[in-house]
Each structure stands twice: as structure tokens, then as C-alpha cells.
Write a protein that binds this ligand. Structure first.
Ligand code: NAD
Length: 350
């Protein structure tokens, strides 16, 4: 029995999570797997009910389950709250409380959507790589930090254990893919990056079957756009990963297609990278694919069922190949379908 906590959240969150749960139920029936899905409020939905974005009850439920599926949080209604009461603060807190130190973002280009990319067909077709971004260390958390009238400062620091654990995750993932890891740093300028590189090389001794290469971050930004197919697994620190994962995601086309996983040693949270899209909320037109693909990532990383993850990715690919499109991925003048129609089409493929 897998215990899943579902946090639909705000805006289009409940619409896309409903679609993802249908896919979960379908693969559960198909493979004879039992799931318990418990829904909890978070974000604006929680604020309206309980006066806080993240309650102890929701946090406790997340600590006691096998995986969390999150829709999105936030919206204009809660925008003017004090900084520490905002939905973003609750997102940071849940990630920190659950110890989610690795953020995984796949950059996968579906054949049917090749022309949605800003890159040329021959450059982007067949792109399929995975970025591991370190999420709880590096310059975003290092001390000292601050600014005064004449100076601003932050500290980029990595502890050995922080590099070791994300390097291991990346090598393990590469073993299940094409067996190549690219570690990205700025070791020609930064001592912290030289340290990162040394530790990654040490951990590599336990993964000799995986090919390890290193690239400077400025070159990596260029290479992702020039020849994205050269990458399989990328591992990098918090700041570089923040920037590179956005570049990597966007060459694939649309925000509505991109899933993510945030993983720690005990917990894992899966969510689309998009927000609550208040401009289209409640109209049943949001693209559920990013959230459905987040369920595929859940099978891959939390339940170690790459076979089921592949089935879900294939079902998405086949639904797209049949020509079905939500508005965000349709060409001008093309017929579009609703969130529920897209979900049903994917469930049918399964
Ligand atoms: P957004 O991602 O919500 O929307 C950006 C644009 O993309 C909008 O035009 C939207 O309609 C479209 N879009 C997004 N997801 C889509 C989907 N699945 N299908 C079709 N179209 C889609 O970003 P935003 O407008 O900057 O933010 C809106 C709210 O979401 C804000 O309150 C923001 O704080 C919050 N937000 C939350 C998260 C999160 O929960 N992790 C992430 C980003 C933004």
C-alpha cells in the first residue's frame, strides 16, 4: 500500500491534480497496486480555512506518507499578505521541513510538440535529460549574508555531505538512463566549485560504470541551447541549477508540460513547475500533462517502478501524437480540448 498526500492548492491546482489522480488510479488498477490518497489544504485554500498557509496537520501528513503530490499555490487574493505569510514562504517551509535537498527537472521533448520549442527541429528532437539541482545549500543559504549602504554580500558554501548525497542521487539515476553524468560548476574561478568537483570525483569511484564529465556553467548554458542531446544527467549546485533548469525546461516548449520532483532522504514531493495560473483557473482548460508527468516521476523515484513511469510517458506521447491539444500547446487556429478531455485521452492510452 502506497500512502500519498494530495495537496491540490489554489487556482488550476485542483483541476490538474484531479487529472493526475485519475492516471494514478488507472495504473493502480492495471498493475494491482493499492494506493491511499489523503487530501490536505495548503496555500490560499488553507489560509481561507485555517488562517495559515501551512498547518501542522498538513505538514504531519506529508511527513507520514510515501509521496506528496502538489498542484500549485498562490493567487491575487493572497498577494498582499505580509512576506512571511505568503504562499511562497509556505512552499519554502514545506521543502525545508521535509528535507528536500534535490530538485529534479526533466527536459524531455515530445516528438509531437517539437515545433513548440524555440529551437530548430533538428537541434531539439530527441532531447531527453534530467537536471539535479542542489536545493537546500549553496549561496541561497550560506552565512554571512547581508548588505549595507556600500556593500552587498552572500556566501557560497558547500559541506561535503551536501555534495556527496546529491552526487549519489545523480549517479544512481544515470545508471537507470544512458549512464552519463555531467557535473556543472565554475571550478576555474571559485574554490567552492573546485571542492564540489573533487567530492563528485570521489563519489564517482563507487559508480565506475557511469561516465562522469565536468563542464563550466557558462559553457553549459551555451551547450544546452546549442546541442541539448549531448546531456543525460546534469548535477549542479543551487544557483547554477536554478538558472540552467529554467533554460533546460523552456527549450522543450510549454510551462504546462514540465514536471518536477523534490527529493530528500526520507520524503519526496512531486509538482508541476507552473503556478496556479489564476487567469485560466476554474475554466477546465489548463494542461494537466505537467502534473500527470509528475506522477510518472513519483513512480520512477519514490516507488522504483520505471516500467510504470515509462507507460505514463508513452501514454502522454501517444495522446499528443493523436493530435489532441490543450490551448497552451495548440497552434493558432487548431482545435483545443479541455483539461478533462486531455486527461481522458491519456487514461485511454493507458
Ligand atoms: P503561472 O505558471 O501560474 O502562469 C504563467 C502563464 O502560464 C499563465 O498565462 C498561465 O495561464 C499559463 N499556464 C501555467 N500553467 C498552465 C497550464 N498547466 N496549462 C495552461 N496554461 C498554463 O505563473 P504566474 O502567473 O507568474 O503566477 C500565478 C500564481 O502562481 C502566483 O500567485 C504565483 O505566486 C504562483 N506560483 C506558484 C508556484 C507553485 O505553486 N510552485 C510556482 C509559480 C508561481
Amino acid at each position: 500500500m502506497y500512502k500519498i498526500v494530495s495537496i491540490p492548492g489554489d487556482g488550476i491546482g485542483p483541476e490538474v491534480v484531479a487529472g493526475a489522480l485519475e492516471v494514478l488510479e488507472k495504473v493502480g488498477r492495471k498493475h494491482g497496486l493499492d494506493f491511499s490518497v489523503e487530501e490536505h489544504p495548503f496555500g490560499g485554500a488553507s489560509y481561507d480555512l485555517h488562517g495559515e498557509m501551512l498547518t501542522d496537520a498538513t505538514l504531519e501528513a506529508c511527513r507520514n506518507c510515501d509521496a506528496v503530490l502538489l498542484g500549485a499555490v498562490g493567487g491575487p487574493k493572497w498577494e498582499n499578505l505580509p512576506h512571511d505569510k505568503k504562499p511562497e514562504a509556505a512552499l519554502l517551509r514545506i521543502r525545508k521541513e521535509l528535507g528536500l535537498f534535490a530538485n529534479l527537472r526533466p527536459a524531455k521533448v515530445y516528438d509531437a510538440l517539437v515545433d513548440a520549442s524555440s529551437l530548430k527541429d533538428e537541434v531539439v528532437r530527441g532531447t531527453d535529460f534530467l537536471v539535479f539541482r542542489e536545493l537546500t545549500g549553496g549561496i541561497y543559504f550560506g552565512q554571512p549574508r547581508g548588505f549595507d549602504e556600500n556593500r552587498g554580500w552572500n556566501t557560497m558554501v558547500y559541506e561535503r555531505y551536501e555534495v556527496e548525497r546529491i552526487a549519489r542521487l545523480a549517479f544512481e539515476a544515470a545508471r537507470k538512463r544512458s549512464g552519463r553524468v555531467m557535473s556543472i560548476d565554475k571550478a576555474n574561478v571559485l574554490e567552492v566549485s573546485q571542492f564540489w568537483r573533487n567530492v563528485v570525483q570521489e563519489i564517482h569511484k563507487d559508480y565506475r560504470d557511469v561516465e562522469l564529465n565536468h563542464m563550466y556553467v557558462d559553457n553549459a548554458a551555451m551547450q544546452i541551447v546549442r546541442n541539448p542531446k549531448q546531456f543525460d544527467v546534469i548535477v549542479t549546485g543551487n544557483l547554477f541549477g536554478d538558472i540552467l533548469s529554467d533554460i533546460a525546461g523552456m527549450i522543450t516548449g510549454s510551462l504546462g508540460m514540465l514536471p518536477s520532483a523534490s527529493i530528500g532522504s526520507k520524503h519526496a514531493l512531486y509538482e508541476p513547475i507552473h503556478g496556479s495560473a489564476p487567469d485560466i483557473a476554474g475554466r477546465n482548460i489548463a494542461n494537466p500533462i505537467a502534473t500527470i508527468a509528475s506522477v510518472a516521476m513519483m513512480f520512477e523515484h519514490s516507488f522504483r517502478r520505471t516500467d510504470i513511469a515509462t507507460e505514463i510517458y508513452d501514454a502522454i506521447e501517444n495522446a499528443l501524437a493523436s493530435g489532441i491539444r490543450t490551448a497552451d500547446i495548440a497552434k493558432p487556429g487548431e482545435k483545443t480540448v479541455s483539461t478533462t478531455d486531455m486527461t481522458n485521452a491519456i487514461v485511454r492510452q493507458l
